[in-house]
Design a protein around this ligand. Structure first.
Ligand code: BES
Ligand code: MN
Ligand code: ZN
Length: 498
C-alpha cells in the first residue's frame, strides 16, 4: 500500500511528482477550493482559468491535468472536481482524492492540497487517496505497460504536526490497509482461496496482529453439530471451516459479534447457477473478508470494546456428495431446515455461525453477507440493504452515512416469515412455495431465526461488495472492501457506550 504523510510545506515547493488541488463548480465555471492558493500564486493566479480552458467544470471527481513547466516543484498539477462549495462532504473529498490518485497511476509521489481543515475532511482525503492507490497485480507475470499505483501520498495541511491530525493519518493508514486486505482476498481466484487456505490465511494474519484465533475443521464441525456449514461444504473436495477471532481488551463492557459469509465460490450447487458471470461468485466471501480485515484493523485501533468474529467458510459445489433440494438439515443448535434451493447456501452457513455467536452472549450481532440477488435488484450496486432490530439497523445506517458506504433499512415483515413455514421441518430455507417475491427479506428473515434475543443487524452487500464495472472515485474494479469501514465505525460507536 502507498505510504501516507502529512506536510505543512507549501504544495508549490513540495518535493513531489504531482500536486492535486480542488475545484468547486461555480456559476461561471470552476472555482479553486481552499488549499490551492499557493499553487495558484505560483502559476500567476491563472490556475482556475487555465483548468477551465482544459475543460474543467468542477463536477465531483472530474480530473484535469496541467503541466506546470517549472512554475511549481511538481511538474504536474491535477484539478479534481469537488462539486458545489455549499455541500462539501467528507465522502465527496474521499471520492475526489481517490479519483485523482487513480488517474495518477504511474506517478510515484502525489501531494494533495485539498480542503482538509477539520478531522472529517482530512479523513476523507487521506482514506480516498490511499484507497485510490490500489491495484491487484498478484497474477500478472509482468506489468506489461500497466501503470503502477501511486507509492507515496502526502496530504498538505497547515496542522500537519498536530496530535489530532497525526492520529487521523495513522487511522487512515490502518483503515485503508484493512480495505486493501479485503479487496485482495476478494480478488484472489477461487482456486487459490478455498476454505482451508482462506482459514489458514485469516488465522495467520490474525495471530500476527495479536488476536486470539480458533479454527474448526471438518472433524470439529461434525463433532460440534454444525449441520448448515457441513451441508454446504460437503459438495466440495475442499472441506469447510469455521474461524473465530477475538479481541478482548481489559475493562471492556460491551461485547460485539461480527459474522461474515465466507463462500469461497458459489456455483449454486445442485441448483446450479447459469454460466454467464459465474466467475464473479469468487466474491461470495466478501462478508468474511470484510469481517476478518476489520478484526485486523481493530487489533491496531484498540477500541475499548470486546469484539468476536465468527466466519463460516465453505465452497458451494455440485457433486455426488453435495447437499440437495429436499434435504432436511439439522442446524447448529438443533433447528431443522428444509432445503429447497442449494443456491441459498449463505443462510445455511450463517445460521450456524449466528447460533454459535449467540452462545458467547454478545450485546450486539452485526452480520454481513453477499446474501441475495434481490438486494441488487432492490438497491443496486452501491447501497447495501440492512435488516434486523430497528435500533441496530438505524445505527448501521448512521455509521454508513459517516463512512460514505450507503446503507438502507429494509423490513422483516411477518408474512414473509409465514411463507417460510415448512410442511415437514421447523423452517423452510426459502419461501415454501418457491415464491421469489421479497427474497432479500426472506434471507434476512431466515437469519433472524438464529439470533435469539440479541439486538442485531444483517447487511446484504451482494451488489456493493464487488465492482464488476469500471473504477470510480476511490473504488477499484473487483472487490470493493464494503463494508469494512462501516464495521469499524460501528465498533467505535459501540466502544463509546463504555
Ligand atoms: N451469492 C448469492 C447472492 C448473490 C447474487 C451475490 C448476486 C452477489 C451477486 C447467493 O448465494 C444466492 O445465490 N442467492 C440466491 C438465493 C435464492 C436461491 C433464494 C439468489 O439471490 O438468487
Ligand atoms: Mn448461492
Ligand atoms: Zn452465495
Amino acid at each position: 500500500m502507498a505510504t501516507l504523510a502529512l506536510s505543512d510545506t507549501p504544495a508549490e515547493t513540495l518535493a513531489t511528482d504531482a500536486v492535486v488541488v480542488g475545484l468547486h463548480k461555480g456559476p461561471d465555471g470552476p472555482v479553486l477550493a481552499p488549499g490551492a492558493e499557493g499553487v495558484d500564486a505560483a502559476l500567476g493566479g491563472r490556475l482556475a482559468a487555465t483548468l477551465a480552458l482544459l475543460g474543467a467544470e468542477g463536477g465531483v471527481a472530474e480530473v484535469t491535468k496541467l503541466a506546470t513547466l517549472g512554475a511549481t516543484t511538481a511538474p504536474v498539477v491535477v484539478g479534481v472536481g469537488l462539486g458545489s462549495a455549499d455541500d462539501l462532504t467528507a465522502e465527496t473529498l474521499r471520492r475526489a482524492a481517490g479519483a485523482a490518485v487513480r488517474a495518477l497511476a504511474g506517478t510515484g509521489r502525489v501531494a494533495l492540497a485539498l480542503p482538509a481543515d477539520d478531522g472529517d475532511q482530512l479523513r476523507g482525503v487521506a482514506e480516498g487517496a490511499l484507497l485510490g492507490a490500489y491495484d491487484f497485480t498478484a497474477y500478472k507475470s509482468s506489468p506489461n505497460g500497466r501503470r503502477a499505483p501511486v507509492r507515496a501520498v502526502t496530504v498538505v495541511v497547515p496542522a500537519a504536526t498536530d496530535k489530532a491530525a497525526k492520529a487521523e493519518a495513522k487511522r487512515a493508514t490502518t483503515v485503508a490497509g484493512a480495505v486493501h486486505r479485503s479487496r485482495d482476498w476478494i480478488n484472489t481466484p477461487p482456486n487459490d482461496l478455498r476454505p482451508p487456505a482462506f482459514a489458514d490465511a485469516a488465522a495467520a494474519a490474525a495471530e500476527k496482529a495479536g488476536l486470539d484465533v480458533e479454527v474448526l475443521d471438518e472433524r470439529a464441525l461434525k463433532r460440534g453439530g454444525y449441520g448448515g456449514i457441513l451441508a454446504v461444504g460437503m459438495g466440495s473436495e475442499a472441506p469447510p471451516r469455521l474461524v473465530r477471532i477475538s479481541w478482548n481488551p481489559r475493562g471492556a463492557k460491551t461485547h460485539v459479534a461480527l459474522v461474515g459469509k465466507g463462500i469461497t465460490f458459489d456455483t449454486g450447487g445442485i441448483s446450479i447457477k447459469p454460466g454467464s458471470g459465474m466467475h464473479e461468485m469468487k466474491s461470495d466471501m466478501s462478508g468474511a473478508a470484510a469481517v476478518i480485515s476489520a478484526m485486523l484493523a481493530i487489533a491496531a485501533l484498540k477500541p475499548k470494546v470486546r469484539v468476536t468474529a465468527y466466519v463460516p467458510m465453505a465452497e458451494n459445489m455440485p457433486s455426488g456428495s453435495a447437499y440437495r433440494p429436499g434435504d432436511v438439515v439439522t442446524m447448529y443448535g438443533g433447528k431443522r431446515v428444509e432445503v429447497l434451493n442449494t443456491d441459498a447456501e449463505g443462510r445455511m452457513v450463517l445460521g450456524d455461525a449466528l447460533a454459535r455467536a449467540v452462545e458467547d452472549e454478545p450485546d450486539y450481532i452485526i452480520e454481513t453477507s453477499t446474501l441475495t440477488g434481490g438486494q441488487v435488484v432492490a438497491l443496486g450496486s452501491r447501497v447495501s440493504g440492512v435488516m434486523g432490530t430497528p435500533e441496530v439497523t438505524a445505527r448501521v445506517k448512521a455509521a454508513g452515512e459517516r463512512t460514505g458506504e450507503q446503507m438502507w433499512p429494509m423490513p422483516l415483515p411477518e408474512e414473509v416469515r409465514q411463507g417460510m413455514d415448512s410442511p415437514i421441518a421447523d423452517l423452510s430455507q426459502i419461501n415454501a412455495s418457491g415464491d421469489r417475491a421479497a427474497h432479500m427479506l426472506q434471507g434476512g428473515t431466515f437469519l433472524s431465526e438464529f439470533v435469539g434475543d440479541v439486538p442485531w443487524a444483517h447487511i446484504d452487500i451482494a451488489g456493493p461488495s464487488y465492482n464488476g464495472g469500471q473504477p470510480w472515485g476511490h473504488v477499484s474494479k473487483g472487490g470493493t472492501g464494503v463494508p469494512v469501514r462501516t464495521l469499524l465505525a460501528l465498533v467505535e460507536d459501540f466502544a463509546a457506550e463504555g
